[in-house]
Write a protein that binds this ligand. Structure first.
Ligand code: GLA
Length: 384
C-alpha cells in the first residue's frame, strides 16, 4: 500500500484526540413537575442513551452529525448563538447549545466535529435531550481538557437546554443522566441539587418496571409546560413563599383556603402532595419495600391527571389497563401531555399487560404503543 510519510501520523493524532462519552435517558419514578418548584424528584438513569464522539476540525466550525439523521448540521463558530439554527436543524441545538454554554462560561471552543448516536425514543418523555446534552458535555469536557466536575456538566447541559434551545425545563433530567447509578434511583433535592442514591433493585425484589411508550407526542418547548411553571410561581408568590417546596402537607389546607383561583389551587395541591409522595417513596425504598410504593405511584398519576392536568387520554388508558393487569402502581413519567407510562409489576404479568394495552389502544384507534422494561442504569461515562 502506498502512503505518504505524513498521513499515518496525522491519522494517529486524530485517533488520540477523539473522545467518546455515553449518557443515559431517564425514567422518573415519582416527583413530577416538582423540580422547578425546588422540590424533590426520584429519577433513575435507564439503559437507553446517547453516545457522543468528538474530534477536532481545522476550520472554525461546529459540525454535528447524527447517526439517526441524514443531513449533518454545520455552524460557523462565530455564529454560535441561540436562534442560529434553522427550523429543520433544531435537533442539533442540544449539542450546539453545550458548546455555546461552555463558551459563555469562558472556555475556548475550537472547530469540532460531534457525532451523536442515540437510542432513547425521542418525544417520549424519557429525556433523549438530556442524554444528548450530557454525552456531548462529557465528551467536550474531556476533549478540551476543561476538568469540569459532574455538577458543572449538569449545569452546562441545563444551560444548553434552557437558554440555547429555549425549553424552560427544571434540571431533573440532566442530574439523572450525569449521576445515574446501577440499581439505584436518585432522590434529588432540587433546591440544593443534592443527590442521594436510594436502592432500587428490581430483580432482587422479583419485580419489573414496564414502560409503555404511548406514542402520544410530547413537546416541552410548547406552551403548556411553561404555563404550568408560571402558575406554580404565581401560587408561590400569592402564598408568600420562595417556592411551593416551602409548603408541607400540614400547610396544604391553609394554602388552599388562601388561594382564590381554582386552577392555582389545583396546581399547588399537585406540587405539595407530590413532594410528600416522593419523600414517602424514598423512605419505603430505603428499607427495601419496593411493592409498597405502588399506591404512591398511582396517586401521583391521579394528581397529574386531576390537579396538574398534564395527562392525555392515551396515558390515562395505559395506566388503567396496567392496574387492571396487576401492576402494584402505575403512572405517567416525564413532562406529560403524552409520552410514557410506567408500571411496577411482577415479570410474569408484564407481557399480558402490554398486550392488553395494545388491544385497548387498537379499540380506540390510537397509534400502536411500544413497551419495554427498564432497570436503573449507570450514569454518564467516558467510553474507552
Ligand atoms: C421534563 C423536564 C423536567 C421536569 C419534568 C417534569 O422532563 O425536563 O425538568 O420538569 O418534565 O417532572
Amino acid at each position: 500500500m502506498s502512503s505518504t510519510s505524513e498521513s499515518p501520523a496525522v491519522e494517529q493524532t486524530a485517533e488520540l484526540v477523539e473522545c467518546a462519552w455515553r449518557a443515559p435517558g431517564r425514567v422518573n419514578l415519582i416527583g413530577e413537575h416538582t423540580d422547578y418548584n425546588e422540590g424533590f424528584c426520584l429519577p433513575m438513569a435507564i439503559p437507553q442513551g446517547c453516545t457522543a464522539t468528538v474530534s477536532p476540525l481545522a476550520e472554525p466550525v461546529l459540525e454535528i452529525i447524527s447517526v439517526q439523521r441524514e443531513a449533518p448540521v454545520e455552524l460557523a463558530l462565530d455564529e454560535l448563538a441561540p436562534g442560529a439554527l434553522a427550523e429543520e436543524d433544531q435537533w442539533a441545538g442540544y449539542a450546539a447549545g453545550v458548546a455555546w454554554a461552555l463558551r459563555e462560561r469562558g472556555h475556548q471552543v475550537p472547530g469540532l466535529s460531534i457525532t451523536v448516536d442515540g437510542d432513547v425514543p425521542s418525544g417520549a418523555g424519557l429525556s433523549s435531550s438530556a442524554a444528548l446534552e450530557c454525552s456531548v458535555a462529557g465528551a467536550l469536557n474531556d476533549h478540551l481538557g476543561l476538568g469540569l466536575e459532574p455538577s458543572e456538566l449538569v449545569a452546562v447541559a441545563r444551560q444548553a437546554e434552557n437558554d440555547f434551545v429555549g425549553a424552560p425545563t427544571g434540571g431533573m433530567d440532566q442530574l439523572a443522566s450525569i449521576f445515574g447509578e446501577r440499581g439505584r434511583v436518585l432522590l434529588c433535592d432540587m433546591r440544593t441539587l443534592a443527590v442521594e442514591p436510594v436502592p432500587f433493585d428490581l430483580e432482587a425484589a422479583g419485580l419489573t418496571l414496564l414502560v409503555i411508550d404511548t406514542k402520544a407526542p410530547h413537546q416541552l418547548t410548547d406552551g403548556p409546560y411553561g404555563e404550568r411553571r408560571e402558575a406554580c410561581a404565581q401560587a408561590a408568590r400569592l402564598l408568600g413563599v420562595p417556592a411551593l417546596r416551602d409548603l408541607s402537607l400540614e400547610e396544604l389546607s391553609d394554602a388552599m383556603d388562601r388561594l382564590s383561583d381554582e386552577t392555582l389551587r389545583k396546581r399547588a395541591r399537585h406540587v405539595i402532595t407530590e413532594n410528600d409522595r416522593t419523600l414517602a417513596c424514598a423512605d419505603l425504598l430505603r428499607t427495601g419495600q419496593l411493592r409498597q410504593i405502588g399506591p404512591l405511584l398511582t396517586a401521583s398519576h391521579a394528581s397529574m391527571r386531576d390537579d396538574f392536568e398534564i395527562t392525555v387520554p392515551e396515558v390515562d388508558l395505559a395506566v388503567e389497563v396496567l392496574l387492571a393487569f396487576g401492576a402494584f402502581g402505575a403512572r405517567m413519567t416525564g413532562g406529560g401531555f403524552g409520552g410514557c407510562v410506567i408500571g411496577l409489576m411482577e415479570p410474569a404479568q408484564a407481557r399480558a399487560a402490554s398486550l392488553a394495552v395494545v388491544a385497548a389502544f387498537a379499540g380506540r384507534d390510537y397509534p400502536e404503543p411500544v413497551s419495554f422494561t427498564v432497570t436503573a442504569a449507570v450514569g454518564a461515562h467516558r467510553l474507552d
